[in-house]
Design a protein around this ligand. Structure first.
Ligand SMILES: Nc1ncnc2c1ncn2[C@@H]1O[C@H](COP(=O)(O)OP(=O)(O)O)[C@@H](O)[C@H]1O
Ligand SMILES: O=C(CO)[C@@H](O)[C@H](O)COP(=O)(O)O
Length: 525
């Protein structure tokens, strides 16, 4: 395979909350193979729950950085054992859970540059981190840092105007400030700060990989219009931050050749390219081949809603990111923290731990649930900032519990009414042409998708894989070698998207305004 050969295969890597996944496509960008390494069950020595560790204060949430390194070793070993021929790979790209940060200790760059193929990555890289446990997106311990950053730039809306979002606890600037203020020695010993995505790219590259514009938009640091780190934000967060972050790059940037470590250990071709990694939600936009007007609903650990935007209109609710497949466009993101893990709680409590029973409960109950509405936040939610279980009967009266089946319907309907309510708040209008593209682990469940379709009164489509973020990165790997932003993303495909109709809306009259009123009522004053 020479450098110009684009007929081989493409790999997408996903460092998401609960697992590392690798997906391979052929030269037609058709999926060939997927492997995953699940943190809780396959790396139990790290004692994570849902891939994370919640500290006693219940607001500090981290993940062991070295666990992600070890998971990469295992995932590549699995691919190899399955007979995958790494020498066919033309390019790789990837993605990570957004906002999480990795702190590389002084001297780590030299280690990355000289990886020894006889040893695992984990053996060589595990001591490279000045902070051993990476703060991740589930963290909400940086309230004070958020208020400070907003004050420094002149207010929440001003920060949103610059960076696309008001200050959010999980956003990286506020996490870095917390480290700077509370672990100064560790901060001083840090030569580079990566996002989870650029950290993963750094390992594949054997060099520090830059942060891409799209994932960089989730930091409260990137000026969306100038596409550079904002000076006021940098100065407000920590000393010498710019040099620790490196220069941000377009998401389709060709970063160079894969590290010789992977050529020697796994048989990658030395011409294999590494294309910039990005955040998992931007990667899902790419994987779903989102078109204007469509909505992506990702049902992973978090639930997210993604829209394509030509123009950014940042507000103090939701996020605007630079679009990962078109640097001149943008995307809107709404993130809901209480997604799959809350559905798992209800599955275990009201459906005997089985998704099949959970689905049956949805089949046995009717759309709008006899007026019963539930709002369930196991951990402090992002939109709205609230926590706890809240149940209302048809007359808006607070109640303690519904029947088991109604509990399950109230959870799923509540989650989707929240998405529709907040999408409409952002100005998104559902039209008869609207389509919902569903992805993420829970999109494998047809009954959940039926509720999604009923609440949005729009057809719901799925892809061949629920893992659109990984697939999107195999696409982005191809796009990168085809010239990146010089080539329209849509032009890399020879075949139309393989969407499958998963659910058609049934007649149902969801009172979304009523949902909004009830949600407002549970926000603490
Ligand atoms: N049949 C199912 N019904 C509902 N949820 C499911 C089903 N299968 C898997 N899931 C959910 O998918 C989640 C994982 O989704 P995934 O997108 O892989 O997560 P992440 O990328 O954040 O690691 C699990 O936590 C699980 O609750
Ligand atoms: O915080 C956000 C987005 O702002 C989350 O969506 C993370 O990016 C984690 O994603 P999943 O692992 O749930 O896909």
């Amino acid at each position: 395979m020479d450098e110009t050969d684009v007929s081989g295969t493409y790999l997408g890597f996903d460092f998401s909350t609960q697992q590392v996944k690798i997906l391979a496509t052929d030269h037609n960008l058709q999926m060939m193979k997927e492997v995953s390494v699940h943190f809780d069950s396959e790396l139990p020595q790290y004692n994570t729950k849902g891939g994370a560790i919640m500290q006693n204060d219940r607001i500090t949430v981290t993940a062991p950085t070295e666990m992600w390194v070890q998971a990469l070793d295992l995932a590549l070993d699995k691919m190899k054992q399955s007979g995958f021929d790494f020498s066919t790979v033309v390019a790789v790209s990837g993605t990570g859970q957004q906002h999480g940060s990795v702190y590389w200790k002084n001297g780590s760059h030299a280690i990355l540059r000289r990886l020894d193929a006889k040893m695992t990555l984990h053996e060589q890289v595990k001591h490279c981190f000045s902070i051993k446990d990476s703060p991740i997106w589930m963290d909400s311990s940086t309230y004070a840092e958020c208020r400070y950053l907003e004050k420094c730039v002149g207010g929440a809306q001003q920060l949103a105007d610059i960076t696309g979002s008001r200050a959010y606890e999980r956003f990286t600037a506020n996490q870095i400030r917390k480290v700077f203020c509370r672990q100064r020695e560790a901060y001083e010993k840090t030569e580079r700060i990566s996002l989870v995505s650029s950290f993963a790219a750094s390992m594949l590259l054997g060099d520090y990989a830059p942060i891409d514009y799209s994932d960089g938009s989730g930091m409260n640091l990137l000026n969306l219009k100038l596409k550079t780190w904002d000076k006021t934000c940098l100065l407000s967060v920590a000393d010498n931050l710019e040099e620790k972050l490196g220069i941000p790059v377009p998401s389709s940037t060709d970063l160079g050749y894969i590290s010789s470590y992977f050529c020697q250990r796994y048989g990658f071709n030395s011409n294999c390219k590494v294309i910039a990694f990005t955040g998992d939600n931007p990667a899902s936009l790419a994987g779903c081949r989102l078109q204007k007007g469509d909505i992506v609903v990702s049902l992973g650990t978090s639930d997210t809603l993604i829209l394509w935007l030509d123009e950014p209109h940042p507000s103090t609710e939701g996020h605007i990111f630079i679009n990962p497949i078109d640097d001149d466009a943008f995307m809107a993101l709404l993130c809901f923290k209480n997604g799959s893990l809350t559905r798992e709680r209800f599955r275990d409590k009201y459906a005997g731990g089985s998704w099949e029973n959970f689905s049956k409960a949805l089949q046995m109950t009717k759309p709008t649930n006899n007026g019963n509405i539930g709002i369930y936040f196991d951990v402090q939610e992002i939109i709205p900032e609230s926590v706890g279980d809240h149940r209302f009967d048809g007359k808006d009266k607070k109640v303690v519990e519904f029947s088991n089946d109604e509990e399950i319907r109230s959870l799923v309907e509540g989650q989707f009414m929240a998405k529709r309510f907040h999408a409409e708040q952002l100005g998104h209008k559902l039209t008869p042409q609207s389509r919902v593209l569903a992805t993420g682990g829970a999109s494998a469940n047809p009954e959940i998708l039926q509720v999604l379709s009923d609440v949005f009164q729009a057809p719901v489509y799925t892809l061949d894989t629920s893992n659109s973020a990984c697939l999107g990165c195999a696409y982005r790997a191809n796009h990168g070698v085809m010239g990146g932003h010089k080539t329209a993303f849509a032009d890399i495909f020879r075949q139309p998207p393989n969407y499958k109709l998963a659910a058609k809306p049934r007649p149902a009259d969801y009172d979304i305004k009523r949902y909004g009123r009830l949600e407002n009522a549970i926000i603490p004053l």
